[in-house]
Design a protein around this ligand. Sequence first.
Ligand code: NAI
Length: 441
Amino acid sequence: MADRYLSFTGTTPGRFLTRRLGLPQPTALHRWSAEHPYFTGELLHLSAGKSPLDGPDGLAAVLGRTGLAVRARSERPVAVVLDATGVTDIDTLAEVHAALHPVVRSVARSGRVIVLGAPLGTADHHQAAVQQALEGFVRSLGKEIGRGITVTLLRLTDANAAESTLRFLLSPKSAYVSGQVIGIGGGAEVTAPADWALPLAGRTALVTGAARGIGEAVAATLARDGARVVCLDVPGAAVELDSVAGRLGGTALPLDITAPDAGARILAALPSEGLDVLVHNAGITRDRRLVNMALERWSSVLDVNLASVLRTTDALLSAGGLATGGRIVATASIAGLAGNAGQTNYAASKAGVAGLVRALAPNAAAEHGVTVNAVAPGFIETKMTAAVPLFIREAGRRMNSLGQGGLPVDVAETTAWLAHPASGGVNGQVVRVCGQSLLGA
Ligand code: NAI
């Protein structure tokens, strides 16, 4: 179901009327397209405190490779990167205000503000306080800046390990990711691709629930990035699945992911080199308040959304089905992080996915060279959300900093970034793709 309000506010009379009535004015977001794959314009590079990322092969060199014109001053930047890794006390924290206060108004529509912070966990409580302060700062700026601009905090110690992340955040691919805190470091090996436009060339990716919706978009985006895709969905969706796989030059694997032998059947369907990217996207809802929820509704949701993710992950990892440098991306949900009336089963399953990701990530990286992360979508325009009653749908669309729902491709682009060979430093993260939804932190 199209977002007619967003289309209306994009017209001159629509803008005039909604402004007069004091209604929200969402900005049409700039997303990736083959014609306009990158931002063009200036990137304003600022800093607060003495940055440990400076140096000949440091942050400036990485930013220079994003294709944007890096400047120390800009009248109309499309992106601002504020390096606050050197913020250690109240005085250097004040430099964050001093740097951004004069420039926030000049950032272009659908642009980016990225704040770089140091990892938490320092013993110095002054430094810990001001580094944690950056989270409140970034989340508040994301809520107030408007005009489709996203604001993100990236914690890092090595700019080179963050290159795929910076390229993602500084591109139209991250249009619906805002208000997030992403940590880089301590993961698996970081491998720069031979061709940044085809980072998954020669790699095989399996996507569950690929016959439609978000899974179909994930398969298409990974195929765009060069992967051979194996598209898995229930046998009942075989016709749609064949059509998706055929269009993407991939293969279809009709299989119910809850089958006890699903892991073995996936392994049998893979090329001998195994899998490079495993995307656990299949998911179902069976909503009822707990008082009215029969056991079957509980078990079916837990089985598809969590138990099968645990089973197939274990089966593939223990059989060596994921190649070194592999990536696992699971699908959580903001409902799982924030909780939602009528969704005790669904939220339990999706919170469980986040728990699985955080616990498995360090072990999978150490033992298999594989990273494990999750995407947590917010309100995404799919058949599932089109079926939601109008009033609740409108609330879901507007109750986020960007004032609109996301598209399946927004989740797909985030998945592709996590699947990237140079994203080895991103591990154990649960990244919300929710336009900074008001639900949950
Ligand atoms: P969808 O219902 O359009 O697609 C899900 C796909 O998974 C379907 O093709 C379905 O046949 C498949 N599937 C279900 N059970 C399966 C099984 N046992 N074995 C194999 N395949 C199975 O859903 P949508 O909206 O594309 O969601 C995809 C994922 O994103 C799900 O995990 C969902 O929970 C999650 N999500 C979606 C949000 C949204 O706003 N659409 C928000 C938050 C999370």
